[in-house]
Design a protein around this ligand. Structure first.
Ligand code: DGJ
Length: 711
C-alpha cells in the first residue's frame, strides 16, 4: 500500500501529514522544524506505532475523521446514516493537491456513495493552521449526517493538562485548568449560540506549562452555534482531540448531490509557553479574521447602565453632551429606544423608534451626536422576538419552535428563525431602513436567549441554518454599509468565537463591569483573543452585578488594554472622578495606536492575588504593565515582577505612571524603596530574568508601569 507525505513548514515549525491510499490522511508530526532533508518515509517508518495486544489486529490511528469502518473503536469523526443503516465508511484517497498555503485531499468511498474533501492551510507568520472538510452525498437517496467533525488530531501523550474557558452570565471567560484524565472530556454548547459556559477553544499542554515555558497545542472552532470539543484518551494508548459542530437529531440530511461543509477549525502550537501561543492567536485574528475598524478604536459611552429603559431623545442628548465633555468619541444608544419597549417584556422584533420617546426617529439624536463630535451607535437584537410584538402577532411561524409544543421563553422572548429567507428579508429591510434613517455607524448586535425547541416550520432542527442565516445577514449589511462596525454581544460574552469575529470587530465581554472580575476574564480571554477587541467599560463605583466598590483608578486601569468605554451617567461621578477619567481617556487615546498592535499577555507572578498584564509595542520601543491586587497579597512584601517579551538587549527606563502610581498610604514601604528615585533603567533581559520589586498594594488597587526603551 503506497504512503504519501505532505509537509508544511512555517518559520520554526514543521507539520507532516501522512496518507495511505486506503484511508484518510493523518497527522504524523507537528513540532519544531525538521531538517529540510529529513526523509519523510523514513520518518513515517520511525514513528509507526505498534499494534497493541488484546484488541483488533490493526493499529487504531487517529485519522482526520476516525472511521469505525476502518476499525476505530473510540470517538469517531463522523456518524452517517442511510435510512436505518449506519454507514461504516471506508474512505480512500483519490488525490492530494498542493494549494498556495496547504493541501487539499480528495477522498471517496464508492461503497457508501460519498466523497470528501479535506482542506488544510498554513498561515505564514502566525503559523496558525486552518482546516475544514466537505462531505458530498453521491448516492441516489438521502444521507443523514449525525456527526461530522471538522478535524480530529492525535496528540502526544506528554500533553497532560487542559485549559478551557467556562463561565456564566456576568462571569464569562473563567479559565479552567485541569489534568487530562482517563475518561473523555467533552465540552458542548447546545444553546444555539456560542454560550457563556463553553468557549469553543482549548489548550493542551505539558504539565506545568506557564507563560514562557512548556509545549502547548491549541484549537479554536469558528462557529457561533452548537459545538462539541472532545479530548479522549484512546483505549490503545495515545490521545485525540476533536472539534465539531454539534448536530441535533435530524438536523442535517443531504439529498443526492448535496454537500455539507464543516466549520473551520484553527490550530496553533507553541514550544515555549502560553504567552507565545496567545501571541500567535492574536496575530492570526488581527491579520486574517477580524474586520479592521476604519480608524482608531473610539472611546464610547453606552447608555445601558446609565439609563436602562428609562430614556427619551432629550435625556439621551444630554447624556451624549456629558459624554463628549469627558473626551468620549462614540455614543451608543442601548435597549429601550423602540416602540413598545418600556421593559424587557415587549417590543423586540418591531424595530421602529418609539413614537413617544423618539417622535422624530433617531435622526435628531444622531445629529446631536455628530454636532458634539461623537459617532452614533445603536443597540439591536435582530434575532429577538417578544411574545408581545407586532412581528410575533403577524408571523408566529417565523420563530424557532417545534410545531404544536410550548417552549419556555428566555427573557420573555423567542428567537427569529434566520434560516428563513422571509424572516431574513424582513430584518434586512428593517435594519437597512434604520441605518439610512440616522447617521448610525456602529451596531451593538445582541442576542439574549439560549435556544430550545430550535426547529423550523417542518419540525427539523434548525440551529445550523439559523447561524448560517445570521452570518449571511451580517455579511449583506456590511457589504451595503461598508463603514458599519458591529459589536458582538449575547447577554454579555455568550457569542464570541472566530466565526462571528469574521463579521464583528468588538466583543461585549460581559455585563459585569466590576474591574476585578474583568481583569480575571480578560486575562483568560487573552489566551485566544487579542485585547483590543474586548469592550471594557468604566461603570459606577458600585458594580451593578457584584455590588462591590472599586476606585476610579482601578476602573480605568482595567480598561486600558481593551476597547474602553463608559457604562454610567457621568453626572453620577464626583469631580475628582471626572478629572481622573478625562486624564485616563486622553492617556488611552495617546497610546491606542500602538496598543492595537501590541503584544498583550498575562504575566505570571508567584502570588495569585497579583494580576499583572503587559503590553509590549510591536517594535519593542515602549511597554505598559498593569498590576492589580485582586485580593490580599500572600506575603507582607510581594516578590519582584519579571517582565517577558521586551527586547533582550534593549535598555528600558521603568517608572510608575502618576495617574496609577502606588498609594503611599498602603504601607510605609510603598512610597519609599519602590523604584528608588521613581525610576530605574535596566536591560530587557534583566527585566525578564530579575524583574522589578513591586509596591505593597491594597486589594482592589493597582499600578501602571511605563517602560520606555532608551537604547
Ligand atoms: C444584554 C447586554 O449584554 C447588555 O449590555 C444590554 O445591552 C442589554 N442586553 C439590553 O437589553
Amino acid at each position: 500500500m503506497s504512503t504519501t507525505y505532505h509537509r508544511l513548514d512555517d518559520g520554526d515549525q514543521t507539520q507532516v501529514w501522512m496518507s495511505v491510499e486506503a484511508g484518510m490522511p493523518q497527522l504524523l508530526y507537528w513540532g519544531d522544524s525538521l531538517p529540510a532533508d529529513c526523509d519523510m518515509s523514513t520518518l513515517g517508518r520511525a514513528l509507526q506505532a505498534a499494534v497493541p495486544h488484546g484488541g483488533l489486529d490493526v493499529a487504531e490511528s487517529v485519522s482526520w475523521l476516525p472511521e469505525p469502518g476502518r476499525g476505530f473503536t473510540d470517538e469517531p469523526g463522523l456518524a452517517l446514516r442511510r435510512g436505518a443503516h449506519h454507514l461504516y465508511t471506508r474512505f480512500s484517497l483519490e488525490s492530494a493537491q498542493a494549494t498556495d498555503q496547504g493541501w487539499t485531499f480528495h477522498l471517496r468511498d464508492p461503497g457508501a456513495a460519498l466523497s470528501l474533501e479535506l482542506h488544510i492551510e498554513l498561515h505564514a507568520g502566525s503559523g496558525v493552521l486552518s482546516a475544514h472538510c466537505r462531505l458530498t452525498n453521491d448516492g441516489c437517496d438521502a444521507l443523514g449526517v449525525d456527526a461530522l467533525a471538522s478535524l480530529a488530531l492525535p496528540l502526544p501523550t506528554r500533553l497532560r493538562e487542559r485549559l478551557s474557558l467556562t463561565g456564566r452570565w456576568a462571569a464569562e471567560f473563567q479559565a479552567a485548568r485541569e489534568p487530562v484524565g482517563r475518561a473523555a472530556w467533552v465540552q458542548e454548547s447546545r444553546v444555539g449560540r456560542t454560550s457563556h459556559h463553553a468557549y469553543p477553544g482549548l489548550v493542551l499542554m505539558e504539565a506545568g506549562t506557564h507563560a514562557t515555558q512548556g509545549e502547548a497545542w491549541s484549537l479554536q472552532l469558528a462557529w457561533s452555534g452548537n459545538h462539541r470539543l472532545i479530548v479522549q484518551a484512546l483505549r490503545g494508548g495515545g490521545l485525540q482531540m476533536q472539534a465539531a459542530e454539534l448536530l441535533l437529531p435530524g438536523e442535517v440530511t443531504l439529498e443526492p448531490g448535496e454537500c455539507l461543509k464543516s466549520p473551520t477549525v484553527h490550530l496553533c502550537r507553541s514550544p515555549a509557553g502560553l504567552r507565545a501561543l496567545s501571541l500567535r492567536w492574536h496575530r492570526f485574528l488581527r491579520e486574517r479574521v477580524v474586520p479592521k475598524p476604519r480608524g482608531p478604536r473610539l472611546v464610547q459611552l453606552n447608555s445601558w447602565e446609565a439609563a436602562y429603559f428609562d430614556h427619551d431623545c432629550l435625556r439621551m442628548q444630554a447624556l451624549a453632551h456629558r459624554a463628549a465633555g469627558l473626551g468620549v468619541e462614540r455614543f451608543v444608544l442601548d435597549d429601550g429606544w423602540f416602540a413598545g419597549r418600556r421593559d424587557d417584556r415587549a417590543g423586540l422584533g418591531d424595530w421602529e423608534p418609539c413614537p413617544e420617546r423618539y417622535p422624530q426617529g433617531l435622526a435628531p439624536l444622531g445629529a446631536r451626536c455628530q454636532a458634539l463630535g461623537l459617532q452614533f451607535g445603536l443597540w439591536v437584537e435582530p434575532e429577538g422576538v417578544s411574545r408581545d410584538s407586532a412581528l410575533y402577532r403577524d408571523h408566529p411561524d417565523w420563530i424557532l419552535s417545534v410545531p404544536g409544543l410550548e417552549q419556555p421563553l428566555g427573557r420573555h422572548q423567542y428567537v427569529l428563525n434566520l434560516g428563513l429567507g422571509d424572516a431574513r428579508d424582513y430584518l434586512w429591510r428593517k435594519l437597512s431602513e434604520l441605518l439610512r434613517s440616522a447617521p448610525i455607524q456602529f451596531l451593538k448586535w445582541d442576542m439574549n436567549r439560549d435556544m430550545t425547541h430550535a426547529a423550523g416550520p417542518g419540525g427539523a432542527s434548525a440551529v445550523r441554518q439559523h447561524v448560517l442565516g445570521l452570518y449571511r445577514l451580517m455579511d449583506d449589511l456590511r457589504q451595503a454599509f461598508p463603514s458599519l462596525e458591529i459589536e458582538t454581544c449575547a447577554s454579555g460574552g455568550a457569542r464570541a468565537d472566530l466565526g462571528i469575529l469574521q463579521r464583528t470587530s468588538r466583543i461585549w465581554v460581559s455585563d459585569c463591569n466590576d474591574p476585578l472580575e474583568r481583569q480575571r476574564m480578560h486575562r483568560a480571554a487573552l489566551t485566544f483573543l487579542p485585547a483590543e477587541l474586548m469592550g471594557v467599560h468604566i461603570g459606577a463605583a458600585r458594580s451593578h452585578t457584584t455590588g462591590r466598590y472599586a476606585d476610579i483608578g482601578l476602573r480605568t486601569l482595567a480598561s486600558l488594554f481593551g476597547h474602553p468605554g463608559i457604562e454610567a451617567d457621568p453626572i453620577t461621578f464626583s469631580e475628582a472622578e471626572v478629572r481622573h477619567l478625562r486624564e485616563a481617556i486622553s492617556f488611552y487615546k495617546a497610546e491606542r495606536t500602538w496598543l492595537a498592535e501590541a503584544e498583550v499577555a498575562a504575566i505570571d507572578h508567584e502570588d495569585p492575588a497579583l494580576l499583572a498584564t503587559s503590553a509590549v509595542a510591536a517594535d519593542g520601543r515602549r511597554a505598559l504593565v498593569t498590576v492589580v491586587a485582586a485580593d490580599r497579597a500572600a506575603h507582607a512584601v510581594p516578590g519582584p515582577l519579571r517582565v517577558p517579551g521586551l527586547v533582550a538587549a534593549g535598555h528600558y527606563r521603568v517608572s510608575p505612571h502618576p495617574l496609577w502610581a502606588p498609594d503611599p498610604r498602603h504601607g510605609k514601604c510603598a512610597a519609599g524603596p519602590f523604584l528608588p528615585g521613581g525610576v530605574v533603567t535596566l536591560a530587557g533581559q534583566t527585566l525578564h530574568r530579575a524583574g522589578v520589586a513591586l509596591p505593597i498594594l491594597h486589594p482592589g488597587t493597582g499600578i501602571l508601569l511605563v517602560l520606555d526603551r532608551v537604547r
